[in-house]
Design a protein around this ligand. Structure first.
Ligand SMILES: C[S@@+](CC[C@H](N)C(=O)[O-])C[C@H]1O[C@@H](n2cnc3c(N)ncnc32)[C@H](O)[C@@H]1O
Length: 287
């Protein structure tokens, strides 16, 4: 029998509590939250099953478990999310970075092996996960970040300063798409815009609708949004430049139409679950 304050005992109890509250990943979540409270990694939890929690640690853990039982996403409770090669600070003003977006990072890097001094604009940047991951892989690239939400842009700044470790950097813009971005031709533009129609809100996983920012999730007038994005592209992209974007699979026909009307080229790419999820738009015909 393990003492009531030990890691092993507390983990068993909290796993059962989360499970009873409908949390599918109850064991993992119990471990992640306990790791956070104790500042132990998960391996250390397993090698210290007999460790006894203090009253303060038990209180802090209890608070987090109660929040998790209400379906608050684990990343908002731990205030972090691993994405590509970095750990990003996240809070409820930004979307929690998703694995599909890592696939977009991979595609951009594979398609753009250049280590030249490219200028890159990451629109709808949120936590900055897309642009900052590119900067880590291509240190010579000069990044610019923009978002309509001031709170989200503050999170992006925080991540840039901690991950890239350059706090003199100041290429951040609050902007509705290109509206407030000084006219400048970029070699690359990336964007993961909001793309869920509000009619699909019932399909979202537990906690997403309640806790993630609706400005980051929902878009109802996507044709208008995409037209504004593509029509403005000529002012912001080099002739040889590319725009890489994450999209809703249903956008394929309308996006193709808008791109062709603007005399540009488009290539679509599927994600690992075989859904059309990404697009590359260029002035020149490329693959
Ligand atoms: C789907 S999230 C993407 C965040 C991040 N790039 C990522 O991949 O995790 C979309 C972001 O676009 C921002 N946004 C929504 N509408 C916008 C607009 N019209 N112009 C600029 N940013 C917008 C939201 O605030 C949110 O941060």
């Amino acid at each position: 029998m393990h003492p009531k304050d030990s890691i092993l005992y507390v983990l068993r109890k909290s796993q059962a509590f989360l499970k009873d509250n409908g949390i599918e990943s109850s064991r993992l979540d119990a471990e992640l939250l306990l790791s956070e409270v104790l500042n132990f990694n998960r391996v250390k939890l397993y090698t210290h099953f007999e460790y006894k929690l203090t009253e303060e640690q038990k209180d802090n853990y209890r608070k987090l478990l109660k929040e998790r039982a209400k379906k608050v996403p684990i990343a908002y409770l731990t205030k972090k999310k691993n994405f590509y090669n970095s750990t990003f600070y996240v809070d409820p003003s930004v979307l929690i970075p998703r694995p599909e977006t890592e696939e977009l990072v991979e595609w951009v890097l594979k398609d753009t092996p250049s280590i030249e001094e490219y200028t890159v604009l990451d629109l709808c940047t949120g936590s900055g996960c897309l642009g900052i991951s590119l900067k880590r892989e291509r240190p010579n690239w000069i990044l610019h970040f923009s978002d309509l939400s001031m709170e989200a842009l503050e999170v992006c700044k925080k991540n840039y300063f901690s991950i890239i470790e350059d706090d003199s950097f100041n290429n951040f813009y609050i902007s509705d798409l290109f509206d407030s971005i000084p006219i400048k031709k970029f070699n690359l533009i990336t964007i993961n815009p909001p793309y869920i129609p509000s009619t699909e809100k019932e399909l979202l996983s537990a906690g997403v609708y309640e806790y993630e920012p609706h400005l980051a999730l929902f878009l109802d007038h996507h044709e208008e949004f995409l037209t504004k994005l593509i029509k403005n592209l000529d002012n912001y992209i080099e002739d040889t430049g590319n725009l890489f974007m994450e999209i809703h699979p249903d956008w394929e026909p309308i996006l193709k139409k808008i791109v062709l009307q603007s005399n540009k080229h488009i290539v679509f790419k599927k994600d690992y679950s075989n859904k059309i999820r990404m697009a590359k738009i260029s002035n020149e015909l490329t693959q």
